[in-house]
Design a protein around this ligand. Structure first.
Ligand code: AMP
Ligand code: ZN
Length: 478
């Protein structure tokens, strides 16, 4: 076992990872703003914590994961008022869409998805604490965080704040480094807010965006927790502001490790509505394409910009198909008693599996290096494919490889569910039938269509229906 190291944004280097409580990791991820459907870039920010969590579980940790749903912001308020509806009705479509897309991408659910609008009372309490501590002040019914009161403000994002004017305020949630200001915690109601507002000791209004993540993360994970994730665009001001709000109110360190994923670009340009390339997951294709997108994202290192192109997606698709085909052949070989006599399982496979497992683990321990982990998987796949084709892989070895393969899939998620179902039901086939399926696969690879048809007919006669799809051959009990 090697030491897990992660790249911590404020320290700008990889550091040893130790959770606050041994054996348990508490993690918070900034979730979607449900004013519209999430685009494929957003899903990188949800796939990254999915893989991080699966890996930490693989490494033996219990993980508690919370992701917020931002269901009140300027855009939502505008839409709600324009359509004459209410927040709950408006955002439900996008919340449903978000969960559907998570499922399509095979993203495991977080333990909680708290909604901002369900925590307004707690946010008001947090603001009151900040006011009491002298970290926030009221102006015209709005409340602002006084950044001068927080000595380390700016350090997280490595900003130079010398010469900055005291008490200059900004009301919008999103702004850039050029506009470092006292930021808003509570926005006084204006006409543009229509009927969206909550009561507070400062008057009617609504909470600022940065506040919700401080409030909900600490509520569910404690004042200090282990990992906070989000896209790189959130480093400033969002995460800087979360730190200021949280630490100024608790006087305790807020987050131990900050991990940020890089962006997805499309054909070299950033994704935005104005560029017209704000692509939704379901726009990129069928389920297999969506799974290929997952594969593309999770096998790219999370700290490198990912350029989404047709070529990249197609390469991911074929790599994934190969892995799925391999898993089927392996499962058949693992259950094939006919092959036992060929060898006693001393072909060096147990050593090779151990080496692959070690390389896989070392790669992920090193700041979640998924491309290197995948290379370790492919190293073994390449060797085992040769052995499968030569029909000299004995069941005990096939099972050892399969068990590593399934553990790797548990972290990265590259096996299709359909194939997983096939793997499970493969026990219902007789060894002869499995052998015939394998032989048919081999015949197809050699373009021996006559032999392939002959085997399919034999299987059909026994009630096994074989079809050839984009993932290779599939079978079902007819
Ligand atoms: P939003 O719904 O705008 O609050 O964004 C949700 C998450 O998606 C945040 O963590 C963003 O940092 C992240 N994000 C936004 N655009 C991209 C992109 N093009 N690539 C990767 N992550 C993104
Ligand atoms: Zn957030």
């Amino acid at each position: 076992m090697t030491q897990i190291r992660v790249y911590d944004t404020p320290r700008r280097q990889k550091v040893d990872f130790e959770p606050l409580e041994p054996g348990k990791v508490r993690m918070y991820s900034c979730g979607p703003t449900v004013w519209d459907y999430a685009h494929i870039g957003n899903f990188r920010a949800f796939l990254f914590p999915d893989v991080l969590k699966r890996y930490l579980q693989y490494a033996g940790f219990e993980v508690e994961h919370v992701m917020n749903l931002t269901d009140v912001d300027d855009r939502i308020v505008n839409q709600v008022n324009e359509r004459g509806t209410d927040i709950d009705t408006y955002v439900q479509t996008y919340i449903d869409g978000f969960f559907d897309d998570l499922d399509r991408l095979g993203i495991q659910r977080a333990d909680r998805y708290p909604r901002a609008t369900e925590h307004v009372g707690e946010m008001v309490e947090l603001i009151e604490r900040l006011v009491e501590q002298g970290a926030a002040y009221e102006r015209g019914g709005s409340v602002y965080f006084a950044i001068q009161s927080f000595a380390s403000y700016g350090q997280f994002a490595h900003l130079d704040l010398t010469g900055m004017q005291d008490g200059v305020r900004i009301d919008s949630d999103k702004y850039d480094k050029e506009h470092v200001r006292d930021f808003v915690l509570w926005k006084a109601w204006t006409e543009a807010d229509g009927n969206v507002s909550w009561p507070s000791p400062f008057g009617r209004g609504r909470p600022g965006w940065h506040l919700e993540c401080s409030c909900m993360s600490m509520k569910y994970l404690g004042n200090t927790f282990d990992i906070h994730t989000g896209g790189v665009d959130l480093i400033f001001p969002h995460h800087q502001n979360e730190i200021a709000q949280s630490e100024a109110s608790t006087h305790q360190p807020f987050v131990r490790y900050w991990m940020h994923n890089e962006f997805v670009n499309i054909d070299g340009t950033g994704m935005s509505k104005s560029e017209g390339n704000n692509v939704r997951l379901q726009d990129i294709g069928d389920d297999e394409t969506i799974q290929s997108y997952r594969y593309l994202v999770v096998t790219s290192h999370y700290r490198t910009i990912l350029n989404f192109t047709d070529e990249a997606l197609n390469a991911a698709r074929s790599a994934r198909r190969r892995l799925n085909r391999f898993a089927e052949r392996l499962a058949a070989a693992a259950d094939d008693p006919g092959a036992v006599a060929a060898s006693d399982g001393t072909g060096g496979w147990s050593q090779r599996v151990q080496t692959a497992e070690r390389d896989f683990r070392i790669a992920l321990d090193d700041d979640l290096n998924t491309p290197r982990a995948m290379a370790a998987v492919f190293g073994l796949v390449g060797e085992a494919e040769k052995s499968l084709s030569a029909e000299d892989l004995v069941p005990v070895d096939a099972r050892a490889i399969l068990s590593f393969f399934e553990a790797a899939d548990g972290v990265l998620g590259f096996l299709a569910e359909r194939d997983a179902a096939n793997l499970e039901t493969s026990v219902e086939l007789t060894p002869e039938q499995r052998q015939r399926l394998d032989q048919r696969q081999a015949a197809r690879e050699q373009k021996d269509w006559a032999r392939s048809d002959e085997l399919r007919d034999q299987l059909a006669a026994e009630g096994i229906v074989v079809t050839d799809g984009p993932d290779g051959q599939q079978w079902s009990m007819g």
